[in-house]
Design a protein around this ligand. Structure first.
Ligand code: GDP
Ligand code: MG
Length: 435
């Protein structure tokens, strides 16, 4: 994945005291390749590499950063820029309802997203109404009704035509005093004139405040042409990217904003209604760079975990004095947050096999068992774990010495990584603010 590729590039740079021009060229070549293999649009890649090169060449290397860190920082900032800079904020129409139209190809995740949006707005204290304007498949409205019920949001639909349903839905929202109207529309397997005409007419009668294109992250390059076609017809306000839980490459997210000029507003990371949130470009950039989405993780943790404990863990992370005991404790806290799949990508230093695999709690078990088999002293000070201790721990936890070594290596990497991270100007500041 892109994260793995960047991991490799930065690991090689990190050891260097000074960067020669050849080092920079080599790194840029690899970055370019990594982006192309991640299915990022060629034009976007070219611009990206040029901007990174310009900054590195012109940069006066700051004394507080190693050259390797400097490259990480420039790449991070540029990634964040092409992902859209700051997160977009939804504002509400002075005269309700605020109308949101969802468009996209079949299977992109529109209906699922409509339900997630409804639940998201409910959490903001809003009173949405869902409109089922996909009358292509009889099951589509039923699917929306089930999702609406789950979100505690009513669904309006009727057996007429999509344009009438949408327009009557708007009347209904006004009548019921709803403040958000979410319109789910039909998709086709590929862009065609009929689809475009239908969705354009639905848009005309509802006059949406926000028109969002729902894009499946796994469609890679195709996402860009889809987005361009919809943008021409509908004047998109933004993009909702779905299935980033399944996207090993990430190219769609990196290309769409740059090519269409509209930000990614929400991201969907799984099939459950809670697997959904505003899209944070800086966090996505962190993730792609393999820093782990520390901020999202901390936020989620704080919602569940005792605030003071989270703060202690955070400051230990920053000091680099985070121990295996803390690591275990954090993992146990994570369990309280429900199924791990959505969280796994956010945990810094988590083994790649786990990060990229279908994860359930079972995958965590060996890690837990290994840490449990250590003495408290070993957990605090893994440096003392010599060969014989390793085999004792492996025996005790029902794992192999290789697995124990693997965990210790990754933990060490994570520790030094976190130390480096908190020294980076922008990131260090953000992390302190989060505590
Ligand atoms: P629509 O045709 O655009 O309305 O797409 P649907 O909302 O019916 O979704 C198509 C499939 O994708 C369904 O099986 C959804 O459960 C699934 N899906 C939607 N969003 C996500 C997501 O973020 N992650 C995963 N893993 N699956 C998703
Ligand atoms: Mg649908």
């Amino acid at each position: 994945s892109l994260t793995d590729r960047f991991d490799g590039i930065f690991t090689r740079l990190r050891g260097k005291g000074r960067l020669s021009e050849a080092d920079v060229d080599e790194a840029l070549r690899e970055i370019r390749l990594a982006l192309l293999q991640a299915d990022v649009n060629l034009r976007v890649v070219r611009d990206f590499v040029t901007r990174v090169r310009d900054q590195l060449v012109g940069a006066d290397l700051s004394a507080s950063l190693t050259p390797g860190q400097q490259v990480v920082k420039v790449v991070h900032d540029e990634l964040r820029a092409i992902l859209g800079g700051e997160a977009l904020r939804i504002t509400f129409a002075p005269r309700p309802p605020t109308v949101i139209l969802l468009a996209g190809l079949q299977g992109a995740g529109k209906t699922t997203t409509a339900g997630k949006l409804a639940a998201w707005f409910r959490k903001q204290g809003r009173q949405p109404l869902l409109v089922g304007a996909d009358l292509q498949r009889p099951a589509a409205v039923e699917q929306l009704r089930i999702l609406g019920a789950e979100a505690g949001v009513p669904v309006f639909s009727e057996a007429s035509d999509p344009v009438t349903v949408a327009s009557r839905g708007l009347d209904e929202a006004r009548r019921l005093g709803k403040d958000v109207l979410i319109v789910d529309t039909a998709g086709r397997l590929s862009i065609d004139a009929e689809l475009m005409d239908e969705v354009r007419r639905v848009s005309e009668v509802t006059d949406p405040h926000y028109t969002f294109l729902v894009i499946d992250a796994m469609t890679g390059q195709d996402a860009v042409s889809t987005a361009e076609a919809f943008h021409k017809t509908l004047a998109l306000d933004g993009v909702i990217i779905t299935k980033i839980d399944g996207d090993a490459r990430g190219g769609a997210a990196l290309s769409v904003k740059e090519v269409v000029g509209r930000p990614i507003v929400f991201a969907s990371t799984g099939e459950k209604q809670s697997d959904f949130d505003l899209f944070h470009p800086d966090r996505m950039a962190d993730r792609i760079l393999g820093m782990g989405d520390v901020l999202s993780l901390i936020e989620k943790a704080e919602a569940v975990v005792d605030q003071a404990e989270a703060e202690r863990a955070m400051s230990r992370l920053q000091e680099g004095s985070f121990t295996l005991e803390d690591f275990l404790e954090q993992m146990q806290q994570l369990k309280k947050m429900g199924p791990l799949s959505g969280l796994v990508g956010m945990i810094p230093g988590l083994p790649k096999e786990i990060r990229n695999a279908e994860v359930d709690d079972d995958a965590m078990k060996p890690i837990e068992a290994i840490i449990h088999s250590m003495t408290p002293e070993e957990r605090r000070n893994p440096g003392i774990i010599n060969g014989s201790r390793r085999s004792r721990i492996a025996r005790g936890s029902g794992t192999t010495t290789a697995e124990v070594n693997g965990l210790l290596d990754r933990f060490k990497q994570m520790q030094s990584y976190m130390k480096g991270l908190s020294n980076l100007p922008g990131i260090g500041r953000r992390m302190s603010k989060a505590t």
